[in-house]
Design a protein. Sequence first.
Length: 101
Amino acid sequence: MLDTFTLDTFRRHIGDDFQITARQDGNLSLRLASAVGWGENRGADADGRRTPFTLLFHGPTENYLRQGTYLIRHGAIGEFPLFLVPLGPRDGQMRYEAIFT
């Protein structure tokens, strides 16, 4: 499933909440803050490879997630695993990055 995702898959969901299955005591909600392509976004290059892009999520600063792969759920996109890297807090929110190459 991840190999079919493109920048456009996420761009229309900026501002949406994504549910993260992270703990035994419940889920965590992260908001998609941005979806940015690396260079020109054509969806795929001439060889059929996806144009790389980065997702930035914001979440609470308390009990933040460690770097790792988490099960993500979104009403329109569905359920999928995603490797998240915490970037640190800014403006009262923890920031997380996911990169698609």
